[in-house]
Design a binder for this molecule. Structure first.
Ligand code: CP
Length: 317
């Protein structure tokens, strides 16, 4: 593996899942692999889970870790080619990425979409330029359109909670929120489920269709009740509109997942990437109940990151 920005960077998904599950049982087996290697984690946006789990993963592999909150501690970045930098930006991504590539053997970067211009966000301009200029392997810590480490941890969680040989029904359901959120988690989850051995259904209100490039052959319905029937896993997530880009089209009355809605599922396990708005996206009763997997998902973020870093370290040699 040379970079990790999407499921397409994974040559054999089953192998990578098995590697992560093995590392979960044996977290220190490769503690010398990352000796004298440095991981740089760059955040242009806030994070709890991604920051902490990726640090633990790197330390388990013996790496040094540097964390930089670029939005607060770094110079304001310019990304436009040929820009006359007489405004508020101080450093061009050409130099910034190249310099960090000299300090680090592997770099993780988080950069959310601005939700103003769909073409700009979906071009993944910043991530692409960072990869081009830093010249070391890059791990996406959530980009403008995807959150692959989260999706990998989600697949681990589904795998661990599925009896051998069963093909589970997995439902991604839109949920209400108080602000406009990116489509990254939903896009990415859809993309990973498209490669997994699951029956995948997406449900959302009218106007919240995701881009076809991510949903692939998923079954899509605006009838949440119908989608939830017999579901083994229910992944709850809000996203803003892709078609009316970045807009909140509805308050989503009736879309919050409750215990009552779980009745029609196959004792469905409930997933959310966190952070979650309690009693807006998911009710207290569901989050605190026996069907919630949200903490297992967060725990698996460490082993997803560790499997990815291990593959990248092995490729450095
Ligand atoms: N799920 C997730 O990525 O959490 P953070 O934003 O806290 O890293």
């Amino acid at each position: 593996m040379k970079k990790f920005t999407a499921v397409q960077d994974v040559a054999n998904l089953e192998d990578l899942v098995n590697e992560a599950l093995h590392l979960k049982q044996n977290p220190y087996e490769y503690k010398h692999l990352g000796e004298n290697k440095t991981l740089g984690l760059l955040f242009l946006n806030p994070s709890l889970r991604t920051r902490m789990s990726t640090q633990i993963a790197a330390v388990n592999l013996g790496m040094n870790v540097m964390v930089m909150n670029m939005d607060k501690e770094g110079w304001a970045l310019e990304t436009q080619d040929g820009a006359v930098m007489n405004g508020s930006t101080v450093e061009h991504i050409k130099e910034a990425a190249a310099v960090m590539g000299r300090y680090c053997d592997i770099i993780g970067i988080r950069s959310f979409p601005k939700l103003q211009n769909r073409e700009e966000d979906y071009s993944e301009d910043l991530l692409r330029k960072f990869i081009a200029y830093c010249k070391v392997p890059v791990v996406s810590l959530e980009s403008a359109t995807r959150h692959p480490l989260q999706s990998f941890a989600d697949l681990l969680t589904i795998t661990e909670n599925t009896p051998a040989g069963k093909r589970p029904k997995v439902v991604l359901t839109w949920a209400p929120h108080v602000k406009a959120l990116p489509q990254c988690v939903a896009n990415s989850f859809a993309e990973w489920m498209g490669k997994a051995e699951v029956d995948f259904v997406i449900t959302h209100p009218e106007g919240y269709e995701l881009a076809d490039e991510f949903t692939g052959n998923a079954r899509i319905t605006t009838n949440q009740q119908e989608a939830l029937h017999d579901a083994d896993f229910i992944y709850v997530k809000n996203w803003s509109s892709y078609t009316d880009y970045g807009k909140v089209l509805t308050e989503g009355e009736g879309w919050m997942l409750t215990n009552e809605k779980l009745q029609s599922t196959n004792n469905g396990k409930v997933m959310h990437c966190l952070p979650v708005r309690r009693n807006v996206e998911l009710s207290d009763e569901v989050l605190d109940g026996p069907n919630s997997l949200v903490l297992e998902q967060a725990n698996n973020r460490t082993y997803a990151a560790q499997a990815v870093l291990k593959r990248l370290l092995e490729n450095l040699r």
